[in-house]
Design a binder for this molecule. Structure first.
Ligand SMILES: [Zn+2]
Length: 349
């Protein structure tokens, strides 16, 4: 059984878009003894080089550090707070949630979101955050300012000894966990590629780190790890995203097409090693693979999605088997990615 203690720590960290400091600190700490070099892009994305003596194609495995959340937008005279959304949170899902507010000094306060409007008509402007204060002055005395961040307050837990894990920030801390576990599982001397793990910022507000970090690194191959809401039943189109049925190779999403040769290469590796994968389409969204694949003259990129339940809520569920399969798949994929294989992916005539 894999050790998920790092995932617990990552999930409980406070890290909405633009405020990824706690996540970056945890990842820097665990990566330091594993990798040879850690650098950062201008927005704060972390770029970890596995082996500084490596030659061969540059391969970037990417996951975003940020989670959906809020910024404090307004402090009202009655002590209630108005919110600005970071990422795609449905206001209906946020109602009655326990929230963690973090101040500039690092103090954390609990808040509750409520509304006096019918759920069907709800917008973000109809939500109130109550931190227990009765006046604006009380809020300010607590140290809370406009611009401070807030996230769902859920602590990581397992659902009835089922193995299914729940956290507020599985999107995309599970991807960060897979990235670290991948490096832990590899022997850096035997790799024929120059491998990087890139933990990006601000994915939830427009895949920002996916552009800046990949521009800085300029790799030959990009593999983006992310999550998306699982389907309950097999869908008729043949596209699948079933919970517990393995990682999903994204054929196309709103922002990018999976590089066809890379998609087929990863599929072939999965078949060769008997790792179950699904093929998927993300009709409504994109990942860091969107901007990453358009860097320079274009980079062969593929998004690999883990199916989750209750995405962008206080309780996002992950099946551990999907995450473990993803680590196995990636370790075989990067082990076989050498000069020859990469040249083959880029042969267009
Ligand atoms: Zn995500």
């Amino acid at each position: 059984m894999k050790d998920f203690s790092l995932l617990v720590e990552l999930n409980n960290a406070h890290g909405p878009s633009g405020r990824e400091d706690e996540v970056r600190q945890i990842l820097s700490g665990v990566l330091n003894p594993i990798v040879d070099d850690i650098s950062f892009d201008g927005l704060g994305s972390l770029i970890a080089r596995f082996n500084r003596h490596a030659t061969g194609p540059k391969v970037a495995v990417v996951a975003h550090m940020d989670e959906v959340g809020f910024l404090i937008r307004e402090i009202r005279n009655d002590g209630l707070l108005k919110l600005f959304k970071l990422g795609g949170i449905d206001p209906k899902v946020a109602v009655n949630s326990e929230i963690e507010v973090k101040t500039r000094c690092g103090n954390k306060f609990t808040g509750l979101i409520w509304t006096d409007k019918p759920l069907a008509e709800l917008s973000i402007d109809d939500l109130w955050l109550d931190v227990g204060a009765c006046s604006r002055e009380e809020v300010i005395t607590m140290g809370i300012q406009i611009g401070d961040s807030a996230v769902f307050a859920t602590r990581h837990f397992e659902l009835n000894n089922s193995g299914v894990m729940i956290g507020k920030a599985m999107d995309d801390r599970i991807g960060c966990w897979v990235g670290v576990e991948l490096l832990r599982s590899l022997d850096k001397q035997s790799l024929a590629c120059d491998l990087y793990f890139v933990a990006t910022v601000q994915e939830e507000v427009g895949t920002k780190g996916g552009k800046t970090a990949i521009e800085q690194l300029n790799p030959d191959i990009v593999i983006v790890l992310d999550v998306a809401t699982a389907k309950h039943l097999e869908v008729k189109s043949g596209a699948q995203r079933l919970f517990g049925q393995g990682p999903c190779l994204v054929v196309a999403d709103k922002m990018a097409l999976g590089h066809y040769s890379l998609l087929n290469y990863v599929s072939d590796v999965a078949n060769e090693f008997g790792i179950g994968v699904q093929r998927d389409f993300l009709a409504g969204g994109g990942t860091d693979n969107g901007p990453a694949t358009l860097v320079g003259s274009g980079i062969a990129g593929l998004a690999i999605i883990l199916p989750v339940r209750n995405c962008h809520s206080a309780y996002t569920q992950v099946n551990p088997n999907d995450a473990i399969s993803c680590v196995k798949l990636l370790s075989h994929v990067v082990t076989q990615l050498d000069e020859r294989q990469t040249a083959h992916l880029y042969s267009y005539c």
